[in-house]
Design a protein around this ligand. Structure first.
Ligand code: UDP
Length: 407
């Protein structure tokens, strides 16, 4: 992983000095992050970049993962979908299974942070440990779009949330009425990581050869876990509408996450819908294949993210950073990243997505301009150092009730 000083090549040295100044105020504190998976999905991606850099800045930052079996993750996946507004049947037994595993984690997981950052609903019940940790500060960081949650699940989670000192959301639109302090922290990408760094053309070509993807026709790509909310089948339908007019290929690449039991079914359904079209490449990319994901994004003519619901959508940030023209659903955090017709195209339907893709394929100059603006927009707003600063300010704020940090 790159050293903090190396980021000055992207954001300038004064930004790094500012981080060092803020981190200096937190030398005594232990910050413990807890989530439900070490690999797969945006939260693990964020933590894998943020934690080592906070450590290097001198803030004693740790990352622990809760344990859970199939029935627990089945329920938490349903919570995830329901909070995103998708109808889910959740029986009383399922809530009980959630509480049973939560109780085991409460008993077995060591909580030792002065500042506890609990990510998403899976570990939410750990707040019960707060009572036995006097002086500790607890924040629930929600990465999900909870602007229109299923009330059954939301009402179940609320009593836990109310016990936290603060809640953190990724978009002002997600902020619900809560009796605790709320903070807005937008996610970020690491421009120096294997996922996002520049790649030599030979590396990109090697990955294309590995997956038998030709370079003789445009490539449309969606990188995402196989999840219904990412709408892989909608992507195939949009591709088919485009294909009627323009010969092109589609890549749907994605792995699974250990806390997502639905992905193999979604993968199988997607394969079935794709049928035997040799221009559709459905690639089960194992977790940690960052160079491959990077290469597939860079090899693409257009990146699509046709999510039905989205927390923030790091795949969009990654594509914009690579100066790719992006067509993405206007949902969740995506409109925070894409200003329509300035640095990408927002869509609201399969038909709309297909129309936008065709427009970009027909007009490479326009596509290039959108991509360049996208790169600049990410550079100004969604680089890791901005995120680190927000985290450090949050930690300091947790010790100040008036929201003003005196340095
Ligand atoms: N990702 C990956 N491999 C895959 C699919 C996704 O490394 O097969 C990464 C992707 O590049 C991004 C993150 O996982 O960094 C997904 O984050 P996003 O916010 O887009 O969606 P989430 O999975 O959290 O819903």
């Amino acid at each position: 992983m790159a050293k903090i000083s190396e980021y000055s090549s992207v954001v300038g040295s004064s930004t790094i000095e500012e981080l060092q100044l803020l981190a200096g105020k937190l030398q005594e504190k232990i910050v413990q992050n807890i989530n439900s998976t070490a690999m797969g999905g945006g939260v693990a991606e964020l933590l894998s970049r943020i934690v080592p850099l906070l450590q290097e800045l001198g803030v004693n930052t740790r990352w622990d993962v809760i344990k859970g079996g199939e029935s627990f993750f089945n329920v938490t996946k349903k919570f995830h979908n329901a909070l995103h507004g998708r109808p889910e049947e959740i029986s009383p037994q399922m809530f009980e299974a959630f509480m049973e595993t939560s109780q085991q984690n409460i008993e077995e997981l060591k909580a030792y942070g002065d500042i506890m950052i609990i990510h998403d609903p899976q570990p939410i019940a750990l707040i019960k440990k707060k009572l036995s940790m006097p002086g500790s500060k607890w924040a629930w960081r929600c990465h999900i779009d909870i602007s229109s949650p299923d009330t059954h699940v939301w009402n179940f989670l609320k009593p836990f949330i109310h016990q936290y000192d603060s809640a953190i959301f990724s978009s002002p639109n997600f902020s619900p009425a809560l009796p605790i302090r709320q903070f807005l922290i937008l996610p970020s990408i690491d421009p120096l990581s294997d996922k996002n760094k520049d790649l030599p053309q030979e590396t990109i070509d090697t990955v294309l050869e590995k997956y038998q993807i030709k370079k003789d026709k445009p490539i449309i790509t969606q990188i995402s876990r196989f999840d219904y909310l990412k709408d892989p089948i909608g992507v195939i339908e949009a591709y088919r509408l485009v294909k009627k007019r323009i010969d092109c290929q589609l890549i749907l690449a994605g792995g699974t996450a250990t806390d997502d039991p639905e992905s193999s079914k979604v993968f199988a359904d997607t394969k079935e819908i794709a049928g035997n079209d040799a221009d559709i490449h459905i690639l089960p990319v194992p977790s940690g294949s960052d160079i491959e994901i990077n290469a597939l994004q860079r090899a693409s003519t257009v990146i699509i993210q046709k999510s039905l619901r989205e927390g923030f959508g790091l795949t969009v940030t990654e594509a914009l950073w690579k100066a790719k023209p992006v067509v993405a659903s206007s949902t969740g955090g995506i409109p925070l990243q894409i200003r329509h017709k300035y640095n990408g195209l927002l869509c609201h339907s399969i038909f709309g997505a297909a129309l936008s893709i065709k427009q970009l394929l027909h007009n490479p100059e326009y596509a290039k301009r959108l991509g360049e603006n996208g790169h600049e927009h990410v550079k100004q707003n969604f680089i890791l150092t901005r995120h680190l600063k927000d985290c450090l300010l949050l930690f300091l704020c947790m010790y100040h009730s008036d929201d003003i940090i005196h340095l």
